[in-house]
Design a binder for this molecule. Structure first.
Ligand code: CP3
Length: 368
């Protein structure tokens, strides 16, 4: 295959393991599929080697490096899905904001939004091909290089989570600057959320055209909102995004499963299960049985082992996984952690987690 073939989103290798896609759609599988949020990350020495000395967002702009980083965890573990290496903050960048990744500090915006007038600084109509084409290229290249091993997941940050970064200018415990907007400038907040949703829809569609086989929407800052603000400032946009993406894909004769991960948003679980997403991702603060009861078989579920359980010895990880899989049941279930892997985690324990999911779920399915 020539280099040119690797950049065209066509003639992709045939998918060999579609377990993840079947589970997302609630179909029978031979084992429970498993992947990990942040599976391409600093806990892998080969990741640190590739990232060393390079700017984070420069790395995100290199399709070749993104492809390599995406494939690294799959060389080690029999994961059932790959997630493209990128970041949620490429969307605010595409809208004209300057974001840097500072060592020890995390993402940092040089000029965060302060007052509603600042919205005028933003690019409302974003040409996603021009501004985010590098992500699409990374997806296409990775789809080819995966050789059909497992499906490739594309992703985006959800409007509220991106809005909170754009106002806070970086990480924040209270999100008080962003929440101040919700109370003081509700109209401007909705304007910004709408602007983000419009860009996100085009961005997700571009990812599917480029080769993404599933999409995850990260509402990582859902928990700070509380039920009323979640219903007003998060949920409508999550729904709007899924509806518009699905409608547009349908027009083109396409369909990919969508996952919504609204971290710490228990109160929204019933609503999330009626939001046009096939899968609802869960953090670890909810027990599997009650999540099943509250979503009433309307969606597949994904999650939700406490990432810190990976600090436990392997035998203990296996016990925790066994209980988790039994709690969720083996149908319509995708095993994952309740949030991303941390840099100090042992790759071996990640392997033990993946193996335990496969082992326990195979046994359970055989017994049925
Ligand atoms: O899951 C994956 O393996 C795919 C890649 C991925 C990254 N970021 C790579 C990354 C995904 C899906 C994200 C999403 C993301 N980025 C979210 C949503 C998910 C979540 O964690 O809640 C958020 C909030 C961000 C913003 C962001 N990017 C933060 C808070 C950080 C950590 C900063 C730090 O210093 O730890 C990043 C950086 C980042 N994004 C890293 C990785 C692997 C680590 C930094 C590095 O590689 O140098």
């Amino acid at each position: 295959m020539s280099k040119n073939d690797l950049i065209l989103p066509k003639d992709f290798p045939k998918l060999k393991n579609d377990t993840f896609l079947r589970a997302a759609r609630g179909e029978d599988t031979e084992h429970v599929p498993v992947w990990c949020m942040r599976q391409a990350g600093r806990y892998l020495p080969e990741f640190r080697e590739w990232r060393e000395g390079k700017d984070f967002f420069e790395t995100c702009r290199s399709p070749e490096i993104c492809c390599e980083l995406t494939l690294q965890p799959l060389r080690r573990f029999p994961l059932d899905a790959a997630i493209i290496f990128s970041d949620i903050l490429v969307v605010p960048q595409a809208m004209g904001m300057n974001v840097q990744m500072l060592t020890g500090k995390g993402p940092t915006f040089t000029e965060p939004l302060k007052e509603p007038e600042d919205l005028e600084r933003l690019q409302a109509k974003v040409d996603v091909q021009k501004e985010l084409g590098y992500v699409f290229k990374a997806i296409t290249l990775t789809r080819h290089k995966l050789e059909g091993k497992v499906p490739l997941i594309g992703f985006t940050g959800a409007p509220w989570t991106l809005m909170s970064y754009m106002i806070e200018g970086g990480g924040s415990v209270t999100q008080s600057k962003a929440k101040r907007w919700l109370y003081r400038h509700p109209e401007a907040s909705h304007m910004l959320l709408k602007m983000l949703a419009d860009v996100i829809v085009e961005y997700l569609l571009g990812q599917v055209t480029a080769g993404a086989q599933a999409l995850q929407v990260f509402e990582s800052h859902a928990g700070i909102l509380g039920p009323a603000q979640f219903k007003e400032f998060s949920l409508p946009y999550l729904r709007d995004i899924a509806r518009r993406v699905k409608d547009r894909l349908k027009e083109a004769g396409q369909d990919v499963p969508m996952i919504v991960f609204a971290k710490d948003a228990h109160y929204g679980l019933e609503d999330l299960s009626e939001s046009h997403y096939e899968v609802v991702g869960l953090d670890w603060t909810i027990d599997p049985q009650s999540a099943r009861e509250r979503t009433g078989g309307k969606v597949s579920l994904q999650g939700n082992m406490d990432p810190c359980a990976l600090y436990a010895p392997k035998e203990r990880i296996s016990e925790i996984v066994k209980k988790m899989v039994a709690g969720f049941g083996t149908k319509g279930y995708i095993a994952n952690l309740g949030h991303g892997l941390y840099p100090d985690m042992e790759p071996e324990n990640v392997g033990a987690f993946v193996e335990a999911v496969h082992q326990h779920s195979k046994l359970l399915i055989k017994q049925m």
